[in-house]
Design a binder for this molecule. Structure first.
Ligand code: ADP
Length: 360
């Protein structure tokens, strides 16, 4: 029950007066893998799912499932199952018959379809709920039934369109665990649309970052966070640090000093902006009267100008320089328990593996 999905230069235009909703998007989703489509509102996330499912025709390009162009196939013949933000269960059918629906449409006798439905209800941890009316279910349970109903149709590709965004945070993390269970049991190819970065990294192997209909990067979760393809990706992934400078002989040179870069990336000489995640920066408190000379090799001394609480963690703003337009500002997220105040001096390290550069 798993297929390779390829979008090959897919464009979608709803009208000639507007920019395309999808602009020559090429996206390769390996069989059995899970890709999260992440992007701001209006970036084309739902449209990408709808053209995969065949709910909207492409303007140009191809959708290929296991190498076969599915353009001529109606949605129900594409072997794709779609779960929406709202569960859309049949209110006149009980839970079991909602899940048995696909088999019944295929002509499977009722008893066999119901036996099958029980298996999928078990998989979504609702074994024993089959006799209930869908009106007796909570929001989270309804969405579990919707997922069981789609799985019972044995899709080759599972398309999830913000399916958990209406649920509260605790239920949402239960649903993420459920997706893990489904992946272990059935290994379907999954495309999940979300605008929630944490959800994308909790559930998916890879993240496809979409902006104004353009696919900016499709990479591993670590790749999009740590090695963004552009400043836009870095910002969409919530990255806060951008240090303009130059690459000279494999080293980034800026007001922060010289930061060695990993070979194997694009380290050719020229102007480049250094990016480093706020979570990756090391911070050592030095006290108020510390001097730049107190730093060890590889450390840079800065002054804390802001401290913001983020739940258990704290976000520091640290300024480097003598005070002026050339000052560099970095943000660093501290683990719980580290006390640093505004005005303190800190020695900062940028772990080499966490540093990346993007071209202007
Ligand atoms: P997202 O899911 O990322 O919020 P959508 O895929 O819904 O974005 O929309 C992408 C763009 O396409 C938006 O500019 C939206 O207005 C436009 N769009 C989506 N569906 C239609 C439609 N049926 N008719 C006209 N424009 C549409």
């Amino acid at each position: 029950m798993t297929s390779h999905l390829l979008l090959d230069a897919v464009s979608k235009r709803f009208s000639n007066d507007h920019a395309p909703a999808l602009d020559a998007v090429t996206l390769d989703v390996a069989a059995g893998s899970c890709t999260a489509i992440l992007g701001p509102s209006g970036s084309g996330k739902s449209t990408i799912l709808r053209v995969m499912a065949g709910l909207d025709p492409v303007t140009s390009g191809q959708v290929l499932v296991d190498g076969v162009d599915v353009a001529g196939l109606a949605p129900e013949r594409r072997g794709m199952g779609m779960v929406f933000q709202r569960p859309l269960l049949f209110p006149h059918l009980g839970v079991l018959d909602n899940v048995a629906f696909a088999d019944r449409v295929r002509g499977v006798p009722r008893a066999a379809a119901r036996r099958n439905a029980e298996l999928y209800l078990d998989m979504v941890q609702l074994g024993g709920y089959g006799r209930r009316s869908v009106r007796e279910l909570s929001g989270g349970q309804e969405q579990r039934v919707a997922i069981a109903r789609v799985l019972a149709a044995r899709p080759r590709v599972l398309l999830l369109d913000e399916p958990f965004s209406a649920l509260d945070p605790e239920l949402r993390s239960d649903m993420h665990a459920l997706i893990d269970d489904i992946r272990s049991a059935l290994a379907p190819t999954i495309v999940l649309v979300t605008h929630d970065r944490d959800e994308a990294s909790a559930v998916a192997d890879r993240i496809a970052v979409l902006h104004e209909g353009e696919l900016l990067q499709h990479d591993t979760v670590d790749g999009v966070y740590t090695r963004p393809a552009s400043l836009r990706v870095a910002r969409l992934m919530g990255g806060l640090n951008e240090v303009p400078g130059m690459i000279v002989d494999g080293t980034h040179v800026s007001g922060l000093g010289r930061v060695p870069l990993d070979a194997g990336r694009d380290v050719s000489d020229g102007s480049a902006t250094l990016v480093v995640r706020q979570e990756a920066i090391g911070v050592r408190a030095l006290g108020v009267r510390a001097l730049p000379g107190d730093a060890a090799v590889g450390e840079v001394v800065g002054r804390v100008t802001g401290v913001r609480n983020l739940g258990a963690r704290r976000l520091l703003t640290i300024v480097f320089g003598a005070g002026g337009a050339a000052d560099i500002e970095l943000n660093a997220e501290l683990p719980p328990g580290q006390g640093v105040e505004v005005g303190s001096r800190v020695a900062v390290t940028l772990p080499r593996a966490a540093v990346s550069t993007v071209r202007a």
